[in-house]
Design a protein around this ligand. Structure first.
Ligand code: ACO
Length: 333
């Protein structure tokens, strides 16, 4: 039986920094409100001339491959997570596959929003465990800025998100005490409408129709923030505890907790529920806002750059988001 381990991680965020003060000019909000309620100080927005979800994904993937010491020829498949594909169809995975010059190697798109990276990690892990593939590029990338309603009407969502991408190279190992120890995935589709963008979608006469822009509740992200908050702080610790139980491990065995970066207050409540000290938790939402499927690999990549990822350490990861979907992963580095 094979296992899979991460051998390289990378990330990319656009250069354009948008501070809370910049948002104050667009809507009735304040730096204080945003920092008090979410912890966010600034985020990155890319311009469509310079970037797209796929292009950001390619940049992150190249860094991950370089750090892993592999080239595009060594990769057997791509698993790409996003909710903001470049095209309505096909998904951005195929665009990345082309831009990385990967011949006819397969690209699979995963739509699990903020949980997308852990879902993708799980899919890649299964392919490696079965022996079908040896090395897989897992990417999470999202462009949120173009869908946000950056006026007072959309301020509850408008201040939360940023753009970015993160990637990891997964490789087969025969040492099954190392690498991805487990992944746990969950979905509760009954709450799909509580965090979504409804249009363009297939439940309408036409994808684009006259006066569509007037239907702002459907074309911008909508969320029941309090309900999402309550579920996020309950589900992420639950998923981590399940992962620990599956592996006969305890919370005190965790060396580093990485939670999806949706709101610093959510991450702090999860940390409190798990009773983990600050030195065992890493957050970066202050700099990037919620980068959706990119948040977990960006966290990993920053820790890699800081030289903080050490052989033998136990990493616990959890994400929660639209769907609702949530997930956890336990990794022994
Ligand atoms: N600036 C100033 N005031 C604001 C803003 C803003 N940006 N947004 C909302 N307000 C106002 C509201 O209108 C409200 O005013 P009122 O009391 O006069 O009605 C007041 O602030 C309080 O609003 P709440 O919605 O109650 O604020 P809350 O403390 O719940 O924080 C937040 C809102 C930050 C959105 C929070 O609910 C949250 O983080 N929810 C979870 C987000 C999340 O996890 N998303 C999942 C991932 S996203 C994905 O998967 C795509």
């Amino acid at each position: 039986m094979f296992s899979s381990k991460i051998i390289g991680v990378g990330h990319y965020v656009p250069e354009n920094i948008v501070t809370n003060k910049d948002l104050e000019k667009l809507m009735d909000t304040s730096d204080k409100w945003i920092q008090d309620r979410t912890g966010i100080k600034e985020r990155r927005f890319h311009s469509h001339e310079k970037g797209s979800t796929a292009k950001m994904g390619v940049k992150a993937a190249k860094i991950a491959m370089e750090r892993a010491g592999v080239t595009n020829n060594d990769i057997d498949a791509i698993v790409f997570a996003t909710l903001s594909s470049d095209y309505y169809f096909p998904g951005s995975g195929v665009l990345v596959q082309h831009q990385l010059k990967m011949g006819t190697k397969p690209a699979i798109d995963i739509r699990a929003q903020c949980s997308g990276f852990i879902y993708s990690l799980s899919v890649a892990d299964q392919f490696i465990k079965t022996g079908m593939y040896k090395r897989i590029l897992v990417i999470g990338a999202d462009t949120q800025n173009i869908a946000l309603d950056l006026t007072t009407r959309g301020r509850d969502m408008g201040v939360l998100f940023g753009d970015g991408a993160g990637a990891a190279v997964l490789e087969r190992t025969e040492d099954n005490k190392k690498g991805i120890l487990s992944t746990h995935l969950y979905t509760q589709g009954e709450f799909a409408d509580l965090l979504c963008i409804r249009e363009p979608g297939s439940g309408h006469d036409r994808i684009i129709y006259p006066d569509m822009h007037k239907n702002y509740l459907n074309i911008h992200p909508q969320m029941n923030g309090k309900f999402v908050f309550k579920n996020a702080v309950m589900r992420m610790p639950e998923a981590i505890k399940q992962a620990l139980k599956t592996n006969n491990l305890k919370v005190t065995d965790i060396d580093m907790l990485l939670t999806h970066q949706a709101n610093l207050r959510i991450s702090q409540v999860v940390q409190k529920f798990l009773r983990l000290p600050n030195e065992k938790v890493y957050n970066n939402i202050q700099k990037y806002g919620n980068t959706t499927s990119a948040t977990i690999p960006i966290l990993l990549s920053e820790l890699w750059e800081q030289g903080k990822i050490k052989e033998g350490q136990l990493y616990a990861m959890a994400a929660f988001g639209s769907g609702f979907t949530w997930a956890s992963a336990l990794i022994r580095w």
